[in-house]
Design a protein around this ligand. Structure first.
Ligand code: RP5
Length: 166
């Protein structure tokens, strides 16, 4: 899957199709900013060789950020980060029994030297990971930076317009 049939700049990967409900929030945000992306299942424990290949070729394929979502023993973001210097943005997906606290702790507690930027559990985390990918791309793209600024401004105006019951 990709936006506008352009060469993807952001990879959105996840450990299972069951992560899609959450991870589609990242894709929606990338689409809103017109960022070319690819989205696919890359499972760390069910397809480790393909996961390594994905990470090893990410930079040469032009990816500037990888958003990786996983649940439970969520090793996908960390393992991908171990195999590429492309920034990895980790999204903890809610799990059945521990509601994503396991995913969060698995992703956030990377040992020194191999960073994974870790986001909040669930939809907000997925959307914010995409916004961070946009911010990374905006450091070298003034048009995109203006769009991101406008996005922020809209939120400010929406907050000003908020009213409370009498
Ligand atoms: C992880 O295991 C996935 O990221 C998913 O969150 C979780 C459960 O996967 P399924 O059993 O639903 O395929 O690898």
């Amino acid at each position: 899957m990709s936006a506008q049939n352009e060469k993807p700049l952001v990879g959105v990967i996840m450990g299972s199709s069951s992560d899609w409900d959450v991870m589609q929030n990242a894709v929606t945000m990338l689409k809103e900013f017109g960022i070319p992306y690819e989205a696919k299942v890359v499972s760390a424990h069910r397809m480790p060789d393909q996961m390594f290949e994905y990470a090893e070729t990410a930079r040469e394929r032009g990816l500037r950020a990888i958003i990786a979502g996983a649940g439970g023993a969520a090793h996908l973001p960390g393992m991908v980060a171990a195999k590429t210097i492309v920034p990895v943005l980790g999204v903890p997906v809610p799990s059945k029994y521990l509601r994503g606290e396991d995913s969060l702790l698995s992703i956030v507690q990377m040992p020194k030297g191999i960073p994974v930027s870790t986001f909040s559990i669930g939809e907000a985390g997925a959307a914010n990971a995409a916004l961070t990918a946009v911010a990374i791309l905006a450091t070298t793209d003034d048009k995109l930076a203006a769009k991101l600024q406008e996005f922020r401004e809209k939120q400010t105006q929406a907050a000003f317009a908020m009213t409370l019951p009498a």
